[in-house]
Design a protein around this ligand. Structure first.
Ligand code: AMP
Ligand code: MN
Ligand code: MN
Ligand code: MN
Length: 279
């Protein structure tokens, strides 16, 4: 069974509609998948319906932004296999959606201070339900300010750049608690990318704190992980009995990442599906 438990659609910063994404995943041979948009579940209904039509196993998903200590600690927590109509979860996501809208406004102000005037309509035309930096980067390209999304990040909105604003987020405790309240499992996405994971005790101490808060899994397979990192993550997962989740983190075509395969270095099997769905 070819599985992918980390995929994005236009319900956050992906380029495909949820149904189109499921079609592509099916063409790529994926048999079980989770749609894991940032801070929103608006795409799940459409994705699930399409997966059902095509006979794919579908798992509800979300990638929740965590921000602590004023943005000095940032991480992404994947929720998988939850009830996506659960009120507590929906309330937390709605707060994040609003906070992201406010943050987009602050980024536009900072851009203005840099002499870059972005038409907010451009942003709206290109936005999913949850607005993130990729939407702003695309608007920078569409307005002719930058030549590429990557240049937008490097010159303006990436960390350390003049229009940077850290992502809003809930606490790690709240992310894990709402995922549990909705009946799902919580897995730390791409752990080495977490801001603050290189603190005292390194990745091990970072994950241990989350385990004490109830973390159920860590993402071991991710296109950004080098082989030694995967080995280290497997060791951490085994030490705490964590589910070893994985996925492509696919956002759009043409970037060398393929659903179910990543860059050819992702292989997530049925054991992970069973652990997530407790089947
Ligand atoms: P946000 O959550 O709004 O801070 O946006 C983070 C998202 O931006 C990530 O999930 C990636 O999809 C995307 N991203 C981060 N860095 C880059 C980059 N250098 N180029 C393109 N996309 C990026
Ligand atoms: Mn993204
Ligand atoms: Mn992420
Ligand atoms: Mn992601």
């Amino acid at each position: 069974m070819i599985c992918d438990f980390h995929l994005h659609s236009r319900a956050s910063d992906g380029a495909l509609e949820p149904g189109e994404l499921v079609d592509l995943a099916a063409r790529c041979g994926v048999e079980a998948l989770a749609l894991t948009d940032h801070d929103g579940v608006a795409g799940l209904g459409e994705a699930r319906a399409r997966a059902n039509q095509l006979g794919l196993a579908f798992v509800s998903g979300v990638e929740i932004s965590v921000a602590e200590r004023g943005g000095q600690v940032l991480m992404h927590v994947l929720g998988l296999g939850f009830d996506d109509a659960h009120p507590e979860l929906l309330q937390a996501l709605e707060r994040l959606r609003q906070a992201r809208e406010m943050r987009a406004g602050r980024i536009l102000e900072k851009l203005r201070a840099c002499g870059v005037e972005l038409d907010p309509d451009l942003l709206r035309a290109d936005r999913g339900d949850v607005i993130g930096r990729p939407h702003i980067a695309r608007a920078l390209v569409a307005s002719g300010t930058c030549r590429s999304v990557d240049e937008g990040f490097r010159q303006y909105i990436g960390r350390g750049q003049p229009a940077y604003e850290p992502s809003p987020g809930v606490s790690a405790r709240e992310a894990i608690d709402v995922i549990h309240a909705a009946g799902g499992v919580a897995s730390l996405a791409h752990p080495p990318r977490s801001l603050g994971a290189d603190g005292p005790g390194g990745l091990e101490a970072f994950v241990e704190r989350l385990v004490r808060l109830g973390l159920d899994g860590v993402e071991v397979q991710h296109p950004s992980h080098k082989r030694p990192q995967r080995k280290r993550l497997r060791r951490i997962a085994r030490a705490h009995g964590l589910i070893q989740t994985g996925g492509s983190d696919f956002h759009q075509e043409g970037r060398g990442i393929v659903p179910g395969r990543g860059r050819g270095d992702i292989e997530v099997g049925e054991d992970v599906y069973r652990a997530i769905t407790r089947s």
